[in-house]
Design a protein around this ligand. Structure first.
Ligand code: IVH
Length: 668
């Protein structure tokens, strides 16, 4: 139907439809169509705008992610300063607030709104004629950073407001945050990719909002809620309740669970009952906000230096407990990161028993002056991971032992070092058993090679007994050496060997993910396998070729290049290949190709094609591509600025050909 219409009309219609579904899905949490149908609409619009670039508009749903990373943020001035609220911690303090308000206004009763106090990062958005034109952080209250490009990536933030009568200018303020579930998924992904986990959703939201590359920000599960209309008077809005309703009407996600109360006692009830149920929400709140409802009154009350007199925060107490630090140990992660962890006398706090708490690094230990034997206070704030907030010094008895991060890896004794600009210590040793264990656990895990029966305990034994020192060794384990391990036996050994055998059939992208290359999570691995369909093709790629893939930025590209460039890694890859693990997307039927059995090595910059393209063409013709020159190499294809491989080829007397010659061989 729509295809008969002019492209312009169809584009308009599609945008309207997509915006409507965005609102249903992201703002109202009530989708009306299936994801598939939505994707189709978006795809149709994308194609239409590609074909008719003159039809593209800045508020198009296709324009959420800006193309280029920023060098830095521009500073913007807030027309109205962004203040903060005073805190209270009890019902009585709220009553005192109410008394102050009434006294200053000289009235007998005041109506209030009660809202959730979201634990995120405050932002200001400006819409002009309904279009989002600026998003800024609070900064020092007077000036903040222009983070418009990142704000645009948040799906629940409309790029265009809805409604007939839109204000010329609208400034709203609210909070950018991350849901608990979004945070958990993000952290899982980061840990898998060898990146440090965020401490809590607020830090994750703050860090994500400050990313210079909107493409990265888009991958972070950010969300936003709004609680204030700055130019409400201009728009004829009389109360905070109305302001929230107006924002909702215009398509903004505004102050959910807003309660309008006639008096402070009602407001107190709302605060206390929400405190009991704070965990029911999928995002962290650190309290409630009580505001005078009538904006006229707000204006009259004004502000002290840094906070308004018309509103106050009712902060929830963080749930805490005291316990004793039994010991501090150092954990070695998959990427060699050393993390101090406090082992605690088990204690029950808000729903679970806590017996460990991460101490992050030496700086944190020094800051809190934590010593072994100390009584400490631990807190579970909004976040799920408990943290030590302070030492109860009055309970310090005897001689508590100070702790220093070791200069050696506790597992292998290798040197621990700190790279530039990083606070974390890392063990750099390639043969560190603790790292090896973590890596093997990852290799065997569900999303990777999925080897049933090869869990933490067995990995521990295999490494400690010296049976396995890299992934490749797994596939040459002998039945009787496995059966001889503690708690094993012949049945279990057979099961393990058959699980290992089965894992050889895992698709190439899972193999890539299993290798545990830093920053290569399962998503990046599939993207890589999509662009480079075999290990040889991938190894032929330079950082530039890699970065041409959508999901791959410069950091990932460099990490992949360095991993595949390291000889010891390629040796392990070779072992895996020999064992029958898949090193290509699909086993190609290359029998009878013109280059069957001919071995190639690519070096230098080719002009008519990239190295991965050349590698793919060679493999498609039946040839073999490897990364190192050996006696099995028939040709070295040398492009511009060839490296040491050309020299080695000369030494071994291998034929060196140029790109032209390669084309001729391929054409034969
Ligand atoms: S009203 C004068 N309402 O809490 C500032 N703030 O210190 C008026 N916050 O910076 C803010 N939820 O980032 C308001 N429903 C809510 C809020 C809220 C969270 C944050 C905001 C502000 C801080 C108060």
């Amino acid at each position: 139907m729509g295809t008969k219409r002019s492209p312009e009309a169809r584009a308009d219609e599609l945008r309207r439809l997509i915006r409507r579904h965005d609102k249903h899905y992201y703002v109202e949490n009530a989708p009306e169509i299936a994801d598939f149908e939505y994707d189709q609409l978006l795809a149709e619009l994308t194609v239409l705008e590609k074909k008719h670039p003159e039809l593209a508009t800045p508020d198009s749903p296709t324009a959420r992610v800006a193309g280029v990373p920023l060098e830095g943020f521009t500073t913007v001035r807030h027309a109205v300063p962004m203040l903060s609220l005073d805190n209270t911690y009890s019902a009585d303090e709220l009553r005192e607030f109410d008394a102050r308000v009434k006294k200053q206004l000289a009235v007998g009763s005041v109506a209030y709104t009660v809202e959730l106090k979201l634990d995120g990062v405050s932002v200001s958005l400006i819409y002009e004629n309904g279009l989002l034109v600026r998003g800024a952080t609070r900064g020092d209250g007077e000036r903040g950073d222009d983070v418009t490009d990142n704000i645009r990536t948040i799906r629940s933030v409309p790029l265009r407001l809805t409604g007939k009568k839109l204000p010329g200018t609208l400034e709203v303020r609210g909070e950018v945050f991350m849901s608990r579930s979004g945070f958990a998924t993000l952290n899982e992904r980061r840990v898998r990719d060898g990146a440090p986990a965020f401490v809590n959703p607020r830090n994750a939201a703050a860090g994500s909002l400050k990313l210079l590359d909107p493409k990265e920000a888009e991958k972070r599960p950010l969300d936003a809620l709004f609680y204030q209309v700055i130019n409400a008077f201009e728009l004829g809005i009389a109360t905070q309740t109305e302001a929230v309703a107006t924002m909702v009407k215009m398509g903004l996600r505004a102050a959910p669970h807003l309660a309008s109360c006639d008096c402070i006692e009602d407001a107190i009830d709302v605060c206390l009952s929400r405190q009991e149920r704070r965990r029911e929400l999928d995002y962290d709140i650190d309290g409630m906000v009580v505001k005078v409802d009538l904006l006229e009154m707000q204006l009259q009350l004004g502000a002290t230096g840094k906070s308004p007199r018309w509103g106050i925060a009712f902060k929830f107490p963080a749930e805490s407990a005291t316990t004793v630090v039994r010991d501090i140990v150092v954990q070695v992660g998959r990427t060699g990161r050393l993390t101090p962890v406090a082992l605690l006398e088990p204690v029950f706090v808000s729903g679970s028993t806590v017996s460990r708490a991460t101490l992050h690094n030496q700086d944190e230990i020094d800051r809190l002056d934590i010593r072994i034997g100390d009584t400490v206070m631990i807190e579970k704030g909004g976040e799920v991971i408990p943290k030590i907030v302070k030492v109860v010094k009055s309970k310090r008895t005897g001689r508590p032992r100070r702790f220093r991060m070791p200069e050696e890896c506790p597992s292998c004794g290798g040197p621990a070092s700190r790279s530039d600009g990083e606070v974390d210590l890392r063990c750099e040793s390639v043969s560190c058993p603790a790292q090896l264990k973590r890596r093997l656990e990852h290799f065997s895990s569900r999303g990777a090679m999925d080897i049933e029966g090869l869990g933490k305990a067995l990995v521990e034994q295999l490494v400690d007994e010296g049976l396995v020192s890299d992934y490749g060794d797994l596939y040459s384990l002998a039945r009787d050496e496995v059966a001889a391990l503690e708690r094993m036996g012949e049945r279990s050994a057979d099961n393990l060997l058959s699980a290992l055998d089965g894992s050889k059939e895992r698709p190439f992208d899972r193999v890539l993910y299993a290798l545990g290359i830093r920053h290569v999570g399962s998503r990046v691995a599939s993207a890589l396998a999509g662009g480079f369909p075999s290990m040889a093709v991938l190894a032929a790629a330079g950082a530039e070729d890699l970065a041409a893939i959508d999901e791959v930025g410069p950091v990932i590209a460099a990490s992949v290049e360095s991993f595949l460039g390291a000889e010891r890694n390629m040796e392990v890859v070779k072992k895996l290949r020999m064992a029958g693990v898949r090193m290509e997307v699909l086993r190609r039927v290359s029998r009878g190709g013109p280059l069957e059995g001919v071995g190639f090595v690519l070096t230098g910059k080719l002009s008519g094609m990239t190295r991965p393209e050349a590698a793919e063409a060679i493999e498609a013709a039946g040839g073999r591509v490897s990364s190192a020159v050996s006696s099995r190499t028939d040709y070295v294809v040398a492009g511009a600025e060839p490296g040491s491989k050309e020299r080695k080829a000369k030494g071994l007397g291998v034929t060196i050909i140029d790109e032209e010659e390669l084309r001729r061989l391929l054409a034969n």
